[in-house]
Design a protein around this ligand. Structure first.
Ligand SMILES: Cc1ncc(COP(=O)(O)O)c(C=O)c1O
Length: 436
């Protein structure tokens, strides 16, 4: 029997996300299996999944309890919508989710991180409107931020390549400066310098007036911009400014949610509580698409001012609370709890930090950053930005390690169940590739 799945013979029809079709076709990288912290490539090689899928397979791939829950739900009730009706699993999963996040009462369910971000931004606008402050229309983001690819998220995002093909986007968006400073190179965990960069929000308040600003959104640890942990005191200062001005503080926890920093949510580790926060990815261990927005008490209630029958928010997705996603999420939350996955991550993060920083001194490495089980090795820029990053990524792939190239950064976010032995293998791969 042929154990290999059939491979496609036409690579043209799938218009791939964030991919150069020409480069892919010249060297197609196909994955056909996944198990624990490993992928199986089409040529049969077992590869280390250094990126936990795409910052999302937190409990490792193919967990049998999650798989079984999805299979069971598909056979019981494939779909029911939640527009004015619903099904018990949606209530059960959101109750379980808010129980993990003291200080938050509701979760609005979406299908992805991008949808969660646009939902959070719209909730912020609607909240101010409901309270008679419809003049608050400015949404503040940050340079080098990634908030997904929908209109709102790209508007407040800070990656030029993601913006330049699309024109104006949301017209009332503003940006704070990014937080990577040369004096913080090779910091372990949160860098010392840069809390003052939070004053950029105060400057926007001084420039436009707080009565025109609805919300500020940041990733607690910027991920797809290159893994940038927040400078010590930075998030605290943002919180202070928001408290003084009535601006809503939104954390985009699509990556930092579900144990990535060793606590259920990143804000718990970092000690700063936002008003709204987004999640996705690890919410179902990436098995069925799902995202969500957590809201602190009072935000939804502010919108319940119309007639009894009137929706709180004129917003929602056909698949908000999809039964398969809810079943996957419930099983995932069981696994996180029963197997102590967040606690494991907190312990593994210490070894992770040591392993990453042991790469300091390898030729071409100009910075190493880490926070929880996130990390990046930054290479010196060669002739063109990103060229060196891609070259190292290619070589690591060929050796059996998958990382994420972001410009000249090699970003990693392994499954939270990564072992010390696998971390040593990752270090070996980097050492062999960079020493040559
Ligand atoms: C911080 C952050 N927000 C939003 C998103 C978008 O999530 P999705 O790709 O599920 O739409 C991502 C994806 O990586 C992310 O890292």
């Amino acid at each position: 029997m042929n154990e290999r799945p059939n491979l496609p013979n036409d690579l043209d029809a799938f218009w791939m996300p964030f991919t150069s079709s020409r480069a892919f076709k010249a060297n197609p990288r196909l994955i056909v299996g996944a198990e624990g912290c490993h992928y199986i490539a089409a040529d049969g090689r077992r590869m280390i999944d250094g990126t936990g899928g795409l910052w999302c397979s937190n409990a490792g791939h193919g967990h049998p309890k999650i798989t079984a829950a999805i299979q069971k739900q598909a056979a019981t009730m494939d779909f029911a919508h939640s527009f004015g009706q619903s099904h018990p699993l949606a209530f059960e999963v959101t109750s379980r989710l808010v129980a993990l996040a003291p200080g938050f009462d509701q979760v609005f369910l979406t299908n992805s991180g991008s949808e969660a971000v646009d939902t959070a931004l719209k909730i912020a606008l609607a909240y101010h409107t409901a309270r008679g402050e419809a003049g608050r229309r400015i949404l503040v983001g940050r340079e080098r931020a990634y908030h997904g690819i929908n209109f709102g998220g790209v508007s407040v995002g800070g990656l030029v390549a993601n913006k330049q093909q699309f024109g104006t986007l949301y017209p009332d968006s503003q940006h704070m400066r990014q937080t990577q400073l040369p004096e913080n190179a090779f910091s372990r965990g949160l860098p010392e310098h840069g809390a003052y960069l939070a004053e950029d929000l105060q400057r926007l308040v001084d420039l436009y007036g707080a009565q025109r600003i609805a919300a500020v959104i940041v990733e607690p640890v910027a991920g797809a911009g290159g893994v940038l942990p927040p400078p010590k005191g930075y998030l605290e200062r943002l919180r202070e400014i928001c408290d003084e001005t009535g601006i809503l503080l939104i954390f985009d926890e699509v990556i930092t949610g579900f144990g990535r920093l060793g606590t259920a949510f990143g804000h718990q580790k970092l000690g700063v509580t936002p008003d709204l926060f987004t999640v996705a990815k690890g919410i179902t261990n990436a098995t069925v698409p799902m995202g969500g927005v957590f809201a602190r008490p009072g935000i939804r209630d502010a919108m319940m001012t119309g007639p009894e029958w009137m929706p709180d928010l004129f917003h929602g997705y056909t698949y908000s609370g999809h039964p398969l996603a809810c079943a996957a999420s419930l099983a995932t939350l069981d696994v996180y709890r029963d197997e102590g996955i967040f606690e494991q991550a907190a312990k593994a993060a210490l070894l992770w930090e040591d392993m990453l920083h042991s790469l300091k001194g390898l030729p071409g490495v100009v910075d190493i950053r880490n926070c929880g089980l996130m990390g990046a090795v930054q290479m010196e820029v060669s002739a063109t930005v990103g060229e060196r990053g891609r070259e190292v990524y290619d070589k690591l792939w060929d050796r059996g390690l998958i990382v994420r190239p972001i410009g000249d950064n090699l970003a990693m976010s392994p499954p939270l169940v990564i072992t010390e032995t696998l971390m040593a293998e990752i270090a070996d791969h980097f050492t062999s590739v960079l020493k040559r």
